[in-house]
Write a protein that binds this ligand. Structure first.
Ligand code: ADP
Ligand code: MG
Ligand code: MG
Ligand code: MG
Ligand code: MG
Ligand code: MG
Length: 691
């Protein structure tokens, strides 16, 4: 979540009066940022991960695993410790940072400072993640464990699923039938977000996941655990009046989505152009990586027929009114809005010739007056539309103390809207008064149960980002097809069962500028004759040798000789299997891994480094070709194979306990899971991690 401001949050009835004020000043702040940093150039590659944890408390006697609402206590212990590490070590060592998250059972950690492009940093990611996890673990009680698990299987079941126990009857912010008030971080921002989303929408959020129908699942499935007749809050009858669907798992609160954990990566571009280019190139990869990291098949005590969190979070903060959702004619509201404020990206942003206008083919409401202001300020059409689209949303949380800001030194109003547009990718402008440059955040991945896996996906994406820039790769497909991929990515076992739209030719056409330039290595020829040539400058390059560092500042894709392609967009893409996208398809496409390996061969890696990176890429390869299971498949099979499972789609307290114990043991390396992880996985017990 964004920066936590302190102050007095306005209730929705008050906040909505200031929506235009926040938007107007937010745009002024963005234009000031633009004036300040639009020409900024030469920022080095800096990047970092965010890993989210849930604190699970195990009771071995009762065989129960519940969420421990100990966020405040754990953070209170961790903060002085990390301060101490910083003070006690020289400047080269920065202690990791721990942040609170939406759930009072959640933590987020990031490296103490962003990684650079150096190979040393790249290879330190897993150790850094381990160090963070172990530091968190050491500052929890003996029976508490930090688990990187995307959705807690029994969040919202009747009875005990938190410690301490609270009754959902007191859920004054969400009015949920299932989640108590105390599930939410007590900081004023979070209960206010929860309540104001409900109030703006005019009802509780309503999420329905199809239930996984097993041999003894009652049909039709009418959930006996929903308190259908409760009558405490005005929204209580919504469930029986149609919000809760038959044959589905129904959820009614922000906590079901924002209580999920994920893995995010942020990259600094060399310039605004490079960041826009990377943002676009990442967009089609969002659903691919979601499917590949799928890790959340269990919800509110049931097995779902989907594998991913995405639609749950999207639904959990969907503050659109009935008019905006197209259920009623427009009267109070100005326009229909096709998606929740948490959803996939709708708009490619780059001004490179590769970004054909036809690709932006989704319905795309914008705030026209804001668009006009941005255009009049000299900001180009694509970026103006991007911002004017984000700004169709209302600010949900406004602090009275922060209404009046100095628009030259603050970007708080801008960030208010920006940071509550939770999309698959985020384009992050530089904050005011900060050395930070233009960044792109990759946000679709589900968190993996081990730091080995989280590091593997982080390393894969950072290397892929360099391959994209070095080889001038073109990944564009129409954005409506990216959305179709988002839909498919969440389906059960999508990696093996689904195909995905993908661009047929990712290589740039031959260009005047680059013709005759050397290829990065001999292996290129075998794949494609016209692959673009690298032109990235290698920092730390020993004269004549390969660099020991990944770089920024690649030239933008040069125009091809023949001018931009003019063929039909429909001919540019087709359906690929996950195996083909990652591992290649024939001579024309080496797969994303092939591209990563071509990029790697431009670096000066020693044998140990090579081996370590290979172990990460091997995980990605095997997840994609199905020789290793996704976490979602592994979790689903664990439940179905459990002796206490009654083939009725129910995840009982005992099954959940055994699952959490297994996850912890796998992470520490004391239990093998050879269908999930490579044989040589040793786990976090042997390796405590390093900074
Ligand atoms: P948010 O929650 O808003 O996405 P966080 O502060 O939690 O942001 O995480 C941001 C990530 O970006 C961290 O991994 C951090 O190391 C990394 N980071 C910090 N500064 C930069 C930078 N200049 N360029 C790229 N990444 C950065
Ligand atoms: Mg987070
Ligand atoms: Mg964060
Ligand atoms: Mg944050
Ligand atoms: Mg230090
Ligand atoms: Mg983030």
């Amino acid at each position: 979540m964004g920066l936590l401001s302190l102050g007095t949050p306005l209730p929705w009835e008050e906040a909505k009066k200031f929506a235009d004020h926040v938007r107007f000043n937010g745009i002024t702040q963005f234009m000031n940022t633009w004036d300040r940093v639009k020409d900024r150039y030469g920022d080095e590659l800096l990047w970092g991960d965010e890993v989210e944890y849930m604190v699970v408390e195990l009771d071995h006697e009762r065989k129960s695993a519940v969420l421990s609402l100990c966020q405040t206590d754990v953070l209170a212990k961790l903060t002085p410790l990390t301060d101490h590490i910083d003070a006690a070590t020289d400047d080269s060592i920065a202690a990791p940072t721990f942040h609170p998250e939406y759930g009072r059972f959640m933590l987020e950690s990031t490296p103490g400072r962003p990684y650079t492009g150096s190979l040393r940093d790249l290879l330190s990611v897993e150790g850094n993640m381990r160090f963070r996890r172990n530091l968190a673990r050491k500052n929890m009680d003996r029976n508490q464990i930090p688990v990187t698990f995307t959705s807690f299987p029994r969040l919202g079941v009747p009875g005990r699923f938190t410690k301490p126990y609270y009754d959902p009857a007191d859920a004054v912010s969400s009015h949920s039938l299932f989640l108590p008030e105390q599930i939410t971080n007590p900081h004023a921002r979070f209960p206010t977000l929860t309540a104001n989303i409900r109030k703006r929408r005019g009802s509780k959020v309503a999420i329905n996941l199809p239930i996984f129908v097993d041999t003894r699942t009652p049909r039709p499935f009418v959930d006996p655990t929903i308190p259908w007749q409760r009558n405490i809050y005005p929204e209580d009858p919504e469930a029986k009046n149609g919000a809760a669907l038959t044959d589905h798992i129904y959820m009614d609160a922000m906590g079901f989505g924002m209580g999920c954990c994920c893995l995010q990566l942020t990259f600094q571009g060399c310039s605004i152009e490079e960041s826009r280019r990377l943002y676009d190139a990442f967009i089609p990869l969002g659903p691919i990586m979601l499917a590949l990291t799928a890790a959340s098949p269990l919800w509110r005590g049931y097995i779902a027929d989907v594998d991913c969190r995405w639609n749950v979070i999207a639904g959990s903060v969907d503050d659109r009114t009935e008019e905006e959702r197209g259920l009623k004619p427009l009267k109070e509201n100005k326009k229909q809005i096709p998606k929740s404020r948490y959803d996939s990206v709708d708009w490619y942003l780059s001004e490179t010739w590769m970004n054909r206008p036809e690709y932006n083919d989704n319905p795309f409401p914008i705030d026209e007056p804001i668009y006009d202001r941005l255009r009049n300020h000299g900001i180009d059409d694509l970026l103006s539309k991007h911002v004017a689209h984000l700004f169709i949303r209302d600010p949900i949380v406004i602090f009275a103390e922060l209404l009046d800001q100095d628009n030259n030194s603050s970007t708080d109003h801008f960030e208010n809207i920006q940071s509550t547009n939770w999309q698959t990718m985020r384009f992050k402008p530089p904050p005011a008064n900060s050395p930070i440059g233009w960044r792109v955040e990759f946000r679709s991945m589900e968190v993996q149960m081990t730091d080995f896996e989280n590091a593997a996906f982080a390393v894969f994406i950072v290397l892929l980002s360099r391959a994209i820039l070095l080889f001038n790769l073109n990944t564009y497909i129409p954005i409506s097809k990216v959305d179709e991929n988002m839909r498919r990515a969440q389906q059960r076992d999508a990696v093996r069962q689904c195909s995905f739209y993908f661009r047929k030719d990712v290589f740039p056409p031959p260009s005047r500028q680059n013709s005759g330039a050397a290829s990065p290595n001999g292996s290129i020829e075998g794949h494609h004759s016209s692959r673009g040539s690298p032109s990235g400058s290698g920092s730390c390059t020993p004269s004549g040798g390969k660099p020991r560092s990944m770089t920024n500042c690649y030239p933008l894709p040069p125009l091809p000789d023949e001018g931009p392609p003019r063929g039909a967009v429909e001919d540019e893409y087709e359906e690929y299997t996950m195996d083909q996208i990652i591992n290649g398809r024939g001579a024309a496409f080496p797969g994303l891994l092939g591209l990563v390996e071509d990029y790697l061969s431009t670096l000066d890696l020693d044998e140990t480094e090579q081996r370590k990176i290979s172990s990460y890429l091997n995980l990605v390869r095997r997840r994609a070709n199905g020789t290793l299971k996704t976490p979602a498949t592994w979790i689903r099979e664990f439940v179905r194979a459990h002796p206490a499972y009654k083939s009725d789609s129910v995840v009982s307290e005992e099954i959940n306990y055994d699952l959490m114990v297994a996850v912890d043991e796998i992470e520490r390396g004391v239990r093998r899971a050879p269908d999930l992880l490579p044989e040589d996985y040793t786990g976090g017990q042997q390796d405590q991690g390093t900074l």
